[in-house]
Design a protein around this ligand. Structure first.
Ligand SMILES: Nc1ncnc2c1ncn2[C@@H]1O[C@H](COP(=O)(O)OP(=O)(O)OP(=O)(O)O)[C@@H](O)[C@H]1O
Length: 832
């Protein structure tokens, strides 16, 4: 029952009895006086704090020449920041000696950190490395010095003056640990803010050197001439560019060769890979090298079918199954263009729009990987991360931006320079285009397309009031457009074939359809290439689809059964965040490594969980559909639809998190009687006339699992009850304090409550013990005896049954088999 937040009149205000009807007024008066007093106190404190700032507000630190660090701090990094507030000093009185090293010097580890444990694999690329962590210190602003003499090697820190910032400072944010000090060789990578600038210098130096050596020019140019036809409708100075760019490319690839030589054995391991299938595209050595190191010996079908067109300047709309390599299908042409055509290393060339933040980061990582040894700057602009950091990245003039529409619009709409750069991009990509039309993306996408529009009419029809007309220059710059998804709907396919999108009348009120979106994209090409190579049932060929019919209340048991019987990286999709919140503690109690991912989680936590899931081959992730699209998590073996997806597209994308790049995977639907009609609709939509195969379940194991699940659920429920009681007591205490009411513990927790709490605590403790003991034993399927012959012909039978390499460690006597194999061998379909 919901608790009423009111003060009970029985409270004793200094011994006076307050009639119930007056209580509220008195409380309100007290409250307002108290609030005003508190505000005055806070303001004074804030003023004092700002007035006492050091005279020289900005402090500097030179990265190439760090300040002398006392011997005992070796390995750590010290920075100069204004001194810490008195309150904080008091709080840390015990540690004060260790806290401030000497006047003005503060150890990084002792600062008020917000947590920034970004997983390496996702987040510590060159662009977000550097001083990312420092920017997370509350009240510290970081400024990057563009001074030519220091070549960007100096950064400055300052105490933020804005009262806004001070009042917004998360006073109750946990004082989290900073990143562990990095090993020396690593620290140069992450703390060296100017890595990039230096590389530009190297590149320019290479170009100069190259210019001096004339011998290579001839052969290089011949080679490049063949490629360059692709970009025929570009700027006037083509010939000069060809010259410079091919030289540049050669210089860079010379560098790469030397890096590769150092790799030695790696290089030898790669020797065996035959890349001849890629030769038809005449790709740059940088990309060829990376394809080789990744072992991508041939293009995937969507790459093979689209690269010819996209490399020759055509607009492409592509549909292909999940995990089929669409990222490189649109990524390679952009990278190639930059290698071969772009003279200005600060030119913004490509904008890639994606519906989710994780997908944006993944695409960035993928493109960064494939262009690893080049100098291309690729950044992500996504929500949930520091805007300050993203502003900094933007000020470094990236070549490619991978973004979610919301944050991109937030940063770009206020900045004319950014907007005009945006209008000059040469490539626009919409990945997972169909999802972009959904609420939450469409409005900002609409704004972005208005800015990108090259025809005034089209712009006016769609322009919202808040886009100022005068800002738009409507330059007609040629731009290639790529649109990709695994699920382009039939209506769009039809419209594309009939070229209906060209004449589409756009309705201002419309929330958008794919056909309207196609119209809005203003393809350069009078006849964009449309390639649809999705299989008939839209899912990857290597995916084995299945279902289990069960009651809603049995879904936990079947989930537990599946993840115990087939330990392996498993992604469980549910339809509501509440369901994630309920399931995670239950599964955790069963000793399974489980992580959550949903839109209401902090972005950092989302990334962290994703990374933990990637690191652990037996982990389980319970996610909402925010994880359904595009995420390329290595070796997800199983996808479970705990609740049925609401549309066939979502089913395809969810299931597509497994069976990627021609690997096998299983998708399992848990279908309750209430979901039957939805299931039938899905099957019809996906052309699965015979329905999905029933997943084989060993019901002998289910019974013993039931006991564990029930215990875990009960523990979770009781823990919630306890939490709620504690929360209510806290609330009472807090409110009493607020009104200066003397309530002692006796009054707060009444006898019956206390008795209840004690009982529940005791119950939880004993249930946990029971569960622990159950979990320490293997599950024994019905009909399996725990007694085995230990002598005679089969002497080692007991050992063999307990051998974890061939038998399931959690279920006695059950051999380790793969879900794909079991499903294949027992496949049996039920007609609809
Ligand atoms: N030519 C190739 N050969 C082998 N693997 C490849 C090739 N190209 C890409 N891959 C790999 O295939 C995997 C899937 O690629 P990608 O994420 O681009 O798929 P996708 O089609 O965009 O999937 P989704 O529709 O789910 O977003 C990635 O791990 C990628 O590295």
């Amino acid at each position: 029952m919901k608790r009423e937040k009111s003060i009970r009149p029985k409270a004793n205000f200094s011994g006076q009895f307050i009639p119930a009807e007056d209580t509220e007024a008195i409380i309100a008066e007290k409250l307002s006086k108290k609030a005003a007093k508190r505000a005055r106190r806070q303001k004074k404190k804030q003023d004092d704090r700002l007035n006492n700032l050091p005279e020289q507000e900005w402090r500097e630190i030179s990265l190439s020449n760090p300040p002398p660090v006392p011997a005992q701090e070796k390995g750590d990094f010290s920075v100069v920041v204004p001194s810490i507030s008195k309150k904080r000093k008091r709080k840390n009185a015990v540690q004060e000696d260790n806290f401030i090293k000497n006047d003005g010097y503060v150890e990084l580890n002792s600062l008020e950190w917000s947590e920034v444990n970004y997983p390496d694999s996702i987040f510590m690329g060159d662009d977000l490395g550097g001083f990312l962590c420092l920017e997370e210190i509350d009240d510290i602003d970081v400024e990057y010095d563009d001074n030519k003499d220091t070549q960007g090697k100096t950064i400055k820190f300052k105490k933020v003056k804005s009262s806004n910032r001070l009042s917004n400072a998360k006073s109750d944010s946990p004082c989290a640990k900073p990143e562990e000090p990095l090993p020396e060789e690593e620290s140069s990578k992450y703390y060296d803010l100017d890595t990039f600038d230096e590389s530009i210098l190297i590149r320019n130096k290479n170009i100069r050197e190259y210019k001096q050596s004339e011998e290579n020019v001839g052969s290089q140019d011949d080679n490049f001439d063949n490629n360059i036809d692709q970009y025929k409708d570009d700027d006037e100075n083509d010939e000069d560019e060809i010259d410079n760019d091919s030289k540049m490319e050669e210089s860079v690839s010379t560098n790469i060769n030397s890096i590769q030589d150092e790799k030695g054995t790696d290089q030898n391991a790669m020797e065996g890979i035959d890349l001849s299938a890629w030769n038809q595209f005449n790709l740059s050595p940088i990309i060829m090298n990376e394809l080789k190191s990744l072992g991508f010996n041939k293009p995937t079908p969507i790459q093979a079918k689209t690269l010819h067109f996209s490399l020759s300047g055509r607009d492409v709309i592509g549909a292909a199954e999940t995990g089929s390599g669409k990222t490189l299908a649109f990524g390679i042409p952009i990278l190639e263009y930059i290698f071969k055509k772009v003279k200005d290393s600060n030119q913004l060339v490509g904008l890639i729009l994606t519906p989710t933040r994780e997908l944006a980061m993944q695409i960035r990582d993928h493109l960064q990987h494939i262009s690893k040894n080049s100098l291309i700057k690729i950044i992500t602009i996504v929500g949930g991360m520091s805007t300050q950091k993203q502003q900094r990245l933007l000020s470094k003039h990236p070549n490619i931006i991978v973004a979610t529409p919301g944050r991109l619009w937030e940063l770009f709409s206020e900045n004319d320079a950014y907007l005009s750069n945006l209008r000059r991009i040469k490539f626009l990509v919409l990945d997972e285009a169909d999802r972009m039309l959904e609420i939450g993306h469409f409005e900002e996408l609409n704004h972005i397309l208005t800015v990108l529009s090259r025809t005034r009419n089209n712009t006016n029809e769609w322009a919202e009031n808040d886009i100022k007309e005068k800002e738009c220059t409507y330059e007609l710059t040629p731009r290639q457009t790529f649109v990709y998804s695994a699920t382009l709907n039939n209506k769009l396919k039809e419209d594309l074939k009939r070229k209906k999108y060209k004449s589409k009348k756009i309705n201002k009120e419309s929330t958008g359809t794919m056909t309207e979106l196609m119209h809005r994209l203003e393809f350069n090409d009078s006849n964009p290439i449309f390639l649809d190579i999705t299989p008939e049932d839209a899912v990857a060929e290597t995916l084995q689809e299945s279902k289990i019919d069960c009651l809603t209340k049995e879904k936990d048991i079947y989930t537990y059964y599946f993840i115990t019987r087939y330990p392996g990286r498993t992604l469980i999709f549910v339809n509501s965040i509440d369901c994630i919140r309920r399931l995670i503690p239950v599964i955790k109690l069963l000793n399974i490594d489980v992580f959550g991912l949903h839109a209401q989680m902090q972005q950092r936590q989302r990334l962290k969980n994703l990374d933990r899931f990637k690191q652990n081959p037996k982990a389980v992730m319970i996610a909402s559909d925010v994880a359904a699209r595009g995420l390329d998590i290595p070796l997800v073996e199983h996808v479970i639809h705990y609740q049925l997806p609401r549309s066939s597209d979502i089913y395809v994308h969810r299931s597509g998190r497994t069976a990627r790049s021609r690997k096998e995977g299983v998708s399992l639907m848990l279908c309750s009687p209430e979901e039957l009609s939805l299931y039938q609709k899905l099957c019809l939509k996906l052309n699965k006339v015979d329905g999905l195969a029933d997943f084989p379940v060993d019901r002998g194991i289910l019974n013993s699992m039931k006991q564990r699940i029930n215990l875990a659920r009960q523990i979770d429920q009781d823990e919630h009850k306890m939490q709620k009681m504690n929360h209510d007591n806290d609330w009472l205490k807090k409110t009493a304090q607020e009104f200066e009411i003397d309530l002692d513990d006796e009054e707060i927790v009444n006898d019956s409550n206390r008795g209840n709490q004690k009982q529940i605590k005791e119950k939880i403790r004993s249930m946990k013990l029971e569960l622990k003991s159950l979990l320490s034993q293997p599950l024994i399927p019905r009909g399996v005896s725990t007694k085995y012959l230990t002598s005679g012909i089969v002497r080692d039978l007991a050992d063999r049954l307990l051998d974890e390499s061939s038998h399931n460690s959690a279920i006695l006597g059950v051999k380790n088999t793969k879900a794909t194999d079991d499903l294949r061998s027992k496949k049996k379909t039920i007609p609809l």
